[in-house]
Design a protein around this ligand. Structure first.
Ligand SMILES: [Zn+2]
Length: 334
């Protein structure tokens, strides 16, 4: 799980799609405060809420990356941890981050995947990170030209180590330095990026899935959150790219729905419960604002998914849309 807060936005990620699992961006009525300029109660609450979202997304990410191992374009070492660092936020927000989360000048362990390698090895939420793999935080940030994205750089440092080879993380806990040795797991390299954003939005580029905090709030359970993330992860696995006509795009979206629901099933989520999100969106979507033109209606998508659920098997099977010899798109049959 990675965080894309306000400062991080400046990095200029170019997302290839804004299919948003069929959603156009729409402001939520339940606003998510993201700046110190909000009212005092909200200003105190938003860091806590953000941390809860980060932990939630991290768990979904772990399970989906596990289910997608062997399907994704790349692999990465994963230890099931989320780091947070105040440099990813505006300086104006630093005081409230310190008072609500105790986030000071060092990156910290913000969340751990329950039962994941980092938790089993003894890392604890709140641990301050001193070094990863024998390199200090500052050395890693400089080598990776991290700028404000120090937490990201630490995750990348772990991701690019050899999976199934021990990695040592030095943390500071209650004034004492501890070395924790962790055995990573080999996972799909694609990550979920939590966008600090009030809109209802999900999209993906060739490498990562982006989910807005607004969408995390809208998802009533992790089955629904996994449904959205699984669809986007399927686009990455299929190596879908922008372009082509509506017909081809719709085939891509159908294929992403099919693989996505297979991934969430294999990740241990309830596929039927996940598809309820689409049904709830259908009920909200009385003017069609939420639906991208490349996607079928929500009711049609739910109907297709419900029909596929009884036949789901693991591992999930990719079915990318390819051009046939006549230039019209067709789904791969094998
Ligand atoms: Zn899509």
């Amino acid at each position: 799980m990675a965080l894309n807060a306000d400062v991080a936005r400046g990095r200029g990620k170019v997302w290839l799609r804004r299919c948003a699992s069929g959603l156009a961006a729409l402001a939520l009525s339940t606003a998510i405060p993201v700046s110190a300029g909000e009212t005092s109660d909200e200003a105190v609450l938003w860091p806590t809420r953000l941390r809860a979202d980060m932990a939630r997304v991290a768990q979904v990410e772990w399970r989906l990356r596990d289910a997608a191992s062997g399907l994704c374009p790349g692999v990465a070492a994963d230890i099931g941890v989320v780091f947070d660092d105040r440099r990813a936020y505006r300086k104006a927000d630093w005081p409230v981050l310190a008072s609500t989360l105790g986030l000071a000048d060092r990156p910290v362990v913000a969340a751990l995947v329950p039962g994941g390698p980092a938790e089993r090895a003894g890392l604890v939420v709140g641990d301050e990170i001193e070094a990863v793999g024998g390199f200090s935080v500052d050395a890693i940030a400089e080598r990776r030209k991290a700028g404000p994205l120090v937490a990201e750089a630490l995750l990348e440092e772990i991701a690019t180590t050899s999976p199934e080879r021990l990695i040592e993380i030095t943390v500071r806990r209650q004034g004492t330095n501890l070395a924790v040795t962790i055995l990573p797991k080999r996972h799909c390299a694609a990550r979920l990026v939590l966008e600090v954003d009030r809109s209802i939005d999900a999209h993906s580029d060739a490498r990562n899935v982006s989910i807005s905090a607004g969408l995390v709030t809208l998802a009533q359970n992790d089955d629904e959150l996994a449904m959205v993330a699984g669809h986007e992860l399927a686009h990455i696995i299929h190596r879908d790219r922008r372009g082509g006509g509506i017909s081809k795009r719709r085939r891509m979206e159908d294929a992403a729905d099919s693989l996505g629901i297979g991934l969430i099933h294999c990740a241990g989520y309830n596929a039927a419960a996940g598809s309820v999100l689409l049904d709830r969106l259908r009920k909200r979507d009385w003017l069609g604002f939420l639906r991208a033109p490349t996607h079928r209606s929500f009711s049609k998508r739910v109907e297709r998914l419900q029909a596929e659920i009884p036949g789901l098997t693991c591992p999930a099977t990719p079915k990318p849309v390819v051009e046939n010899q006549k230039g019209s798109p067709s789904a791969q049959s094998d």
